[in-house]
Design a protein around this ligand. Structure first.
Ligand code: FE
Length: 215
């Protein structure tokens, strides 16, 4: 672990084609040409992850943990079977670990070696998650990386960085936003963003009166 690349490029948030994506496309073309790959089957798999498997599933897990303390305990103790209670699981999610944000501790997930990601709960990883700048800098300067994502934490909040592997995939349980008492699980899930479950973001803020708008 901890392969530091030593570069200090900014984290890319755009959807430009990364070197890895270019390699994937080249491999896909080659494998198809050689007859090892059925493009239609690959498209169906990509479609599955783009439409059915996605962060809305992780959001359901988070919302359940917010309303059900016993579930939250099971989730933080042994995540994989707890997530399976909601009918969620599968390849890449066999060994899930869920880490809880608190006022004292913020958690950030990275894969320094490659791009291991909890597919069954979050779907396909964003481009920046797979990019070397994020993978290197999340470890060296997590607070700086968070700032680039627009997340500023109190100085008293410590940051723990979790390095995913092919074996163990991490998901963050973000803090339940204030003012959501009495919200339904569905309404709560709608506040949970993908990035808040990676740790590069926070749940959506509630609509606020103009006078209370943060600057
Ligand atoms: Fe990886």
């Amino acid at each position: 672990m901890n392969q530091h690349h030593g570069d200090h490029d900014h984290v890319h948030h755009g959807s430009e084609i990364s070197p890895v994506e270019a390699r994937v496309r080249a491999l896909e073309s080659l494998l198809t040409e050689k007859g090892y790959l059925d493009p239609a089957a690959l498209d169906a798999l990509v479609e599955l992850y783009e439409t059915e498997v996605g962060p809305h599933l992780g959001a359901r897990v988070v919302a359940r943990a917010w309303v059900d303390p016993a579930f939250r305990t099971r989730l933080l103790t042994e995540a994989t079977p707890a997530i399976a209670e909601l009918g969620i699981g599968g390849r890449g999610g066999e060994h899930m670990v869920v880490v809880e944000n608190t006022p004292e501790m913020h958690n950030l997930v990275v894969c320094t070696l490659c791009s291991c990601y909890p597919w069954p709960v979050l779907g396909l990883p964003p481009v920046w998650y797979k990019a070397p700048p994020y993978r290197a800098r999340a470890v060296i300067d997590p607070r700086g990386v968070l700032a680039e994502f627009g997340v500023t934490l109190p100085e008293t909040t410590r940051i723990t960085v979790w390095d995913s592997t092919a074996e163990t995939r991490y998901m963050v349980l973000p803090m339940r936003p204030a003012g959501t008492e009495g919200f339904s699980e569905e309404a709560l899930a709608a506040l949970v963003t993908r990035d808040s479950m990676i740790g590069t973001g926070l749940p959506r803020a509630l609509p606020v009166e103009p006078a209370e708008m943060p600057v």
